[in-house]
Every structure is written in structure tokens, then in C-alpha cells.
Design a protein around this ligand. Structure first.
Ligand code: 0O2
Length: 228
């Protein structure tokens, strides 16, 4: 039996209101899977090539590592409900148009400045269209969260058609990712509830990590200029 990321049987169990046949449901789920996984693969390759070329030209690799994920079907449906999309299971085309982060890539860079150099280089690609930017590095969230969120649309070339697929790319430095990962884990463990005092302490940690990020970057520049 072929392994499927999205299985019609499982989806049908949870959402019996789908109006078509099991084959129709599976065919839509397979298309969803193929499009978002392909879009992620293409972007991952682009980032890999940029990082290699940057490394050769500047003897420095700005990307520390990259993580990718495609949302589970349950999580896509939850978000569609939160967005107020009516009857999402029977309107997957609307879901795909309105939810930008079904496919997500997290690019972890060494320093904050690498976030901007890498995102700018990626956005120069002629086949990539910029849809939306949210700069939580320049304007951190109330929680203390920092990251650059860029939503792009990329073409995926299939046998009979070309589909334009949105992907959310989160660019973060190692320090920003450390904070976001630990904070996410703490929040998740506490079912999203954190006391005001804990939130304040976490925000304070975000500020301190940001100071460390800046100091490390200054040290790097000093080391580089001393090198010459
Ligand atoms: P996951 O599994 O990380 O993807 P929307 O999410 O579309 O309703 P919007 O405006 O796109 O709304 O959300 P936002 O805040 O720009 O980005 C949401 C994502 O950013 C979250 O995804 C997190 O990955 C990250 N994020 C935002 N704020 C915080 C924060 O305070 N702490 C941490 N750790 N991460 C944050 P999801 O959907 O939560 O899940």
C-alpha cells in the first residue's frame, strides 16, 4: 500500500460532510500534498544554491539550517474555521487561496543581518512573487517574538498545468529561533496559557537574547576588519 500524508479514510472519519466520493476526496488531497511539497522542495533548493554560492564568494555560509513542514490536514481545517471559511472541506480551492502557511519554511541564519541578505537574494528570483512581508525583527510582537515572515508564490510545473503556490518563509537568527522554539514549547505544554509574570520573564529573555545577537554581530565585524 502507498503511504499517503493526507488519507481520504482518515479525513472522511473526521469530516463526513465531504460531498464527493472517496476517490474525489483522495484526488484533491493528493493534489494538495503534491503542490505544497513540491513548492517547499523548490524553495529549499533555491536557498541551498544561494547559500553555497554565497559561501564560495564570501567564504561565509549565512544559513545555519533550514526546516520545512506542510501543515497537517486537521491543522489546515482548524485554521480555515478560524478564518471563517465556510464549509472548508467542500471548498478546498478557497482554503488554498486564503491560507498562506499550508507550506512553511524556516530559515535559521547565523546573524540578524543574514536574514535580510538571504531574503533579498531569494526575492530577486524572477519566478518568485512577493505576496506579503511581516517584519517582526524591526517590530517584535508583544510576546517578544522576532522573525521576518515572507509569503511568496512560486510556480509548480505539473504534467498538464502550472500551479502558483504560496509558501510562508520565516527567516530567523539562531538566537531568535532559540527563543521562539523554547517559548513555543512552554506555551504548548501549558495549553497556550502562561501567567503574566512568566510572559514578562519570557519577553525579558527575548530582549536579552536580542542584545547578545547584536553583540555577536559586532564582534564578528570587528574580527573581520582585524583580519584585513
Ligand atoms: P506553526 O506550526 O509554527 O506554523 P495567521 O497565523 O495566518 O492566523 P499571521 O498574521 O500569519 O496569522 O500570524 P503571524 O503571527 O504572522 O505568524 C504565525 C506564526 O508565527 C506562528 O505559526 C508561529 O510559527 C510564529 N509566531 C508568531 N508569534 C509567535 C510567538 O509569540 N511565539 C512563537 N514561538 N511563535 C510565534 P503557528 O500558526 O502558531 O504554528
Amino acid at each position: 500500500m502507498t503511504y499517503r500524508y493526507y488519507s481520504a479514510d482518515r479525513v472522511r472519519d473526521k469530516m463526513p460532510q465531504f460531498k464527493g466520493t472517496d476517490e474525489e476526496l483522495q484526488s484533491q488531497l493528493d493534489k494538495l500534498d503534491l503542490l505544497y511539497r513540491s513548492a517547499v522542495k523548490e524553495l529549499e533548493t533555491k536557498l541551498d544554491i544561494l547559500s553555497d554560492d554565497f559561501g564560495k564568494k564570501h567564504s561565509y555560509m549565512p544559513i545555519h539550517h533550514v526546516k520545512t513542514r506542510v501543515k497537517t490536514f486537521e491543522s489546515i481545517m482548524d485554521k480555515a474555521e478560524r478564518y471563517g471559511i465556510e464549509d472548508p472541506i467542500n471548498n478546498l480551492d478557497v482554503v488554498m487561496k486564503e491560507i498562506y502557511d499550508i507550506a512553511g519554511i524556516r530559515v535559521i541564519t547565523n546573524y540578524e543581518e543574514d536574514i535580510y541578505s538571504m531574503s533579498e537574494l531569494l526575492l530577486q528570483h524572477s519566478d518568485i512573487e512577493l505576496i506579503r512581508v511581516k517584519d517582526y525583527c524591526k517590530n517584535p510582537k508583544e510576546s517578544g517574538y522576532r522573525s521576518l515572515h515572507v509569503v511568496v508564490a512560486i510556480p509548480v510545473f505539473l504534467v498538464k498545468s502550472t500551479e502558483i503556490v504560496p509558501v510562508e518563509i520565516q527567516f530567523r537568527s539562531i538566537a531568535m529561533d532559540t527563543w521562539a522554539s523554547l517559548e513555543h514549547e512552554l506555551r504548548y505544554k501549558n495549553r497556550g496559557e502562561l501567567s503574566e509574570d512568566i510572559q514578562k520573564q519570557l519577553k525579558d529573555c527575548a530582549t536579552r537574547l536580542h542584545e547578545v545577537d547584536r553583540s555577536m554581530s559586532q564582534i564578528r565585524h570587528k574580527v573581520l576588519s582585524d583580519d584585513i
